[in-house]
Design a protein around this ligand. Structure first.
Ligand code: PLP
Length: 369
């Protein structure tokens, strides 16, 4: 049988089935039920935050957070150009403009040195994205935000459990959003969460995700709201995943260490970084192919696919996508452009064995020469 190693697959190794069956047996399958509160409070504890507000996916989590932080049409919000499209789209949903910032070469995150020159009187906030699990260098972001009275919303969709100078991703700014899509560090199938220490912001998020209903007056809708709720069934999976999150994180770290071990000495491959001040969540293991490599990235990915190894290219930077291209035509993002053509993602599931990783590394070395 031909071997196939996917980039990501969920690991449902805890109480997922028990809890989901409990939802079915009890008929609590919609968006009320005990698993919602239990998942929210377990996830808030994990992050070390006061509030966790569940919603139906990570994109919606960003939209809700931006609305609750007061983003309105005409505002500008700074984001890295190298991110998943949802970061930019959530800003656009608010009628605001995502202002794109180039990456830094070492962490691949938004370059904090470039933030200041993008601030205008319309700037409302900054969304640092902890790309592929590596936290952004947050101190400069927080300092600039304080100086200019901007909000800081972490997009931690890829960074559950990442740490910046000993502090968990999700507690570093005014609020943070997480995704529980099937390929993320933990999953609910589709799902999202907004995490914050701010009581008023949390209350606002809850109102917005529940059609804007007044919490003390049924069917009274004083503001424009949304139906962005998570189901009890998804929350049941999320609770089971959160109970085992330390295991999930340990498996991801072990994968990263295996890649380091089996590719050590092969300098044509630069693996996912981990700065001295950072604890990378290693959501997905990445490789940057050396500029002098005899094969290009796409050829190598095609060859790996033949060998049964699934890979993914880095995200296309936002300034190259049709929605955001025109207004950025005159601007240059040399670092993001370079990363985007040389980078790709390797299989990173919790279920990988060292033998799988050794095989992937052997094939990488062989097929890249
Ligand atoms: C996955 C992801 C999202 C969106 O999450 P969904 O749950 O898929 O909507 C947002 N931002 C980043 C950086 C992501 O990787």
């Amino acid at each position: 049988m031909k071997r196939f190693i996917p980039v990501a697959e969920p690991a449902l190794v805890g109480n997922e089935k028990t809890y989901v069956l409990d939802c079915l047996d009890s008929t609590w399958i919609s968006s009320s039920g005990e698993y919602i509160q239990r998942f929210e409070s377990a996830f808030a504890d994990f992050c070390g935050a006061r509030h966790a507000v569940s919603c139906c996916n990570g994109t919606v989590a960003l939209h809700l957070a931006l609305l609750a932080l007061g983003v309105v049409p005409g505002d500008e919000v700074l984001i890295p150009t190298l991110t998943f499209v949802a970061t930019a789209n959530a800003v656009a949903y608010c009628g605001a403009r995502p202002v794109l910032v180039d990456s830094e070469p070492e962490t691949w995150n938004m370059n904090p040195q470039l933030i200041r020159k993008h601030i205008t009187p319309r700037t409302k906030g900054i969304i640092p994205v902890h790309l592929y699990g590596h936290p952004m260098d947050m101190d400069p972001v927080l300092e600039i935000a304080r100086e200019h009275n901007l909000f800081v919303l972490e997009d931690a969709a890829e960074a559950h459990g990442a740490e910046y100078k000993g502090r968990r991703a999700g507690t570093l700014g005014d609020a943070a959003t997480f995704s529980f899509y099937g390929n993320k560090i933990i999953t609910t199938g589709e799902g999202g969460m907004v995490v914050t220490d701010d009581d008023a912001l949390a209350a606002n998020l809850r109102q917005l995700k529940g059609q804007g209903q007044d919490p003390s007056r049924r069917y009274w809708f004083p503001v424009l709201g949304y139906n962005y709720r998570m189901t009890n069934v998804a929350a049941a999976i999320g609770l089971a995943q959160t109970e085992k999150i330390e295991w999930h994180l340990a498996r991801r770290r072990e994968n990263a260490m295996w890649y380091r071990k089996h590719l050590s000495g092969y300098d044509q491959f630069t693996l996912s970084p981990e700065k001295s001040w950072a604890h990378n969540a290693f959501w997905i293991n990445c490789v940057l192919l050396d500029r002098k490599s005899p094969v290009d990235r796409d050829t190598l990915m095609a060859r790996l696919a033949e060998a049964g190894i699934e890979t993914r290219p880095f995200f296309y930077p936002m300034h190259t996508l049709p929605m955001y291209r025109d207004e950025n035509r005159e601007r240059y993002f040399p670092v993001a452009d370079d990363l985007a053509v040389r980078g790709f993602n390797l299989p990173s599931s919790a279920s990988l064995t060292e033998e799988d990783v050794a095989y992937i590394c052997r094939m990488l070395v062989e097929l890249a020469s």
